[in-house]
Write a protein that binds this ligand. Structure first.
Ligand SMILES: [Ca+2]
Length: 294
């Protein structure tokens, strides 16, 4: 089975699903004792994308953008409830918002992260999305776990932590399998949140202790943002061995987009990039961090 590593949300072809439930129901059929309550058809709901693929790794969420639009004539408050099936875990199961009735209609959106645990049975599950009596169903495919044997990237999708993360970026963006800097402005890559303050740290915890001897770091290096101008310049590669961080490699004065650091094999349970400076001296930027064993 081919495993799709990128969340479907990254695909440009994704188009918002739209449902206006009950919109074909004539207003006259609503029951007579309506004390000014909004009609079910007042809120249009959609999700982008319409379906998701996820993998049961801790730092590999799929992201679903939820949208509610008041298409009626009365200001109102709305609760969108999310109902996941099977092993799916959501970062929220309720999205509530005040929805003023304005012209043109003003959509209100919020993201939800969708995860599956490592032991999730691969298959197709779903998330029910509901406002009043309007309902959508979003299919979610849980793909098999990637191999993590010799020669495989041990950092892929594993739990990342960082000293800080800029609000426009995802913590997990540097372990999502996408090392293409041209995707930087959209979804992939980590950017710290403390401008012109160093050091910054980006850690990834391996699923189990492993003998490692190589780290591949992809910093920002695109046509618009060359590494020599905006990439990571100085950093230490550290491995946590027996609970203690050890520096296993050092990189200084880098201007390349891709740097391979090899070192004597160590048995480690985590890898850290200790970011000491960027070429523009503002932010630490990592598009992808890969860890390999011997
Ligand atoms: Ca990435």
């Amino acid at each position: 089975m081919k495993i799709r590593w990128q969340p479907v949300v990254a695909a440009g072809a994704a188009v918002a699903a739209t449902l206006v439930a009950s919109s074909s129901v004539p207003q006259a059929t609503n029951h007579a004792t309506n004390h000014g309550a909004p009609q079910p058809s007042d809120v249009q709901i959609s999700t982008d994308p319409q379906q998701l693929s996820v993998v049961g790794l801790p730092c590999f969420p799929g992201v679903l953008n939820l949208t509610m639009t008041n298409i009626g004539t009365q200001d109102r408050y709305a609760d969108m409830t999310l109902d996941p099936t099977g092993p799916l875990q959501l970062s929220r199961e309720l999205f509530s918002s005040w929805l003023p009735a304005v012209d043109p209609d003003q959509p209100v959106s919020a993201p939800v992260e969708v995860r599956a645990p490592r032991d999730a049975t691969p298959g197709i599950y779903q998330i029910g999305v509901e406002v009043d009596r309007s309902r959508l169903t979003v299919p979610v495919t849980v793909n098999p776990l990637p191999p993590k044997g010799p020669g495989d990237n041990l950092a892929l999708g594993e739990q990342a932590t960082a000293s800080s993360t800029h609000g426009n970026f995802f913590l997990c963006g540097a372990v999502d399998g996408d090392k293409d800097s041209e995707h930087w402005d959209t979804l992939t890559g980590w950017n710290d949140g403390t401008r012109a303050v160093f050091p910054d740290t980006y850690d990834v915890a391996l699923s189990q202790p492993a003998t490692i001897n190589r780290v591949e770091l992809y910093t920002l290096d695109s046509a618009k943002y060359p590494a020599a101008v905006n990439g990571l310049r100085d950093w230490d590669v550290q491995a946590r061995v027996g609970g203690t961080w050890q520096t296993v490699a050092q990189v200084r004065g880098n201007t390349a987009g891709h740097v391979t650091s090899t070192f004597e094999p160590v048995q480690a349970d985590s890898v850290r990039i200790l970011c000491l400076d960027g070429n523009d001296h503002t932010y630490s930027r990592i598009v992808e961090l890969e860890v390999y064993g011997s």
